[in-house]
Design a binder for this molecule. Structure first.
Ligand code: THU
Length: 134
């Protein structure tokens, strides 16, 4: 599976590395993400919590917004990692944000630090998503 994406190992290493950057004083639940742009750059993200819990930012959106704020609009793959029992699952808000820029079939690798890897895409993570204004 991962041989379909030459950059997978590097993305996974960066997503795992972000687990140590996660700012998680409240949940103690680290999440890391690494996003590959269409021109081969990688943007990293971790979750960043806030004492006002609703102001917390997820790892996936940290990576996506970081890339978008650097001018990127086209993406090739996303790897998300957690210290979870199974592959980590992105929250609903992150799935909707992904819809804004990711093709429906862009590979999204949901992983954990124990070797679990699930390759999926937005067609499966958020079917029938709202994108009428795009
Ligand atoms: N979290 C993420 O970073 N990504 C997700 O898709 C799921 C949830 C974070 C937010 C919060 O810091 C912690 O995990 C617990 O919800």
């Amino acid at each position: 599976m991962t041989d379909l994406l030459p950059e997978y190992d590097e993305l996974k290493r960066i997503a795992d590395g972000q687990l140590d950057s996660a700012y998680i004083p409240y949940s103690h639940f680290p999440v890391g993400a690494a996003l590959l742009t269409s021109d081969g750059q990688i943007f990293a993200g971790c979750n960043i919590e806030n004492v006002a819990f609703g102001s917390t930012m997820c790892a996936e959106r940290t990576a996506i917004f970081s890339a978008v704020s650097a001018g990127h609009r086209q993406f090739k793959a996303l790897v998300v990692s957690g210290r979870t029992d199974g592959a980590i699952a992105p929250c609903g808000a992150c799935r909707q944000v992904m819809v804004e820029w990711f093709d429906k079939t862009m590979p999204i690798f949901l992983t954990n630090t124990e070797g679990k890897v699930v390759k999926t895409d937005l067609e499966h993570l958020l079917p029938s998503s709202f994108d009428d204004l795009k």
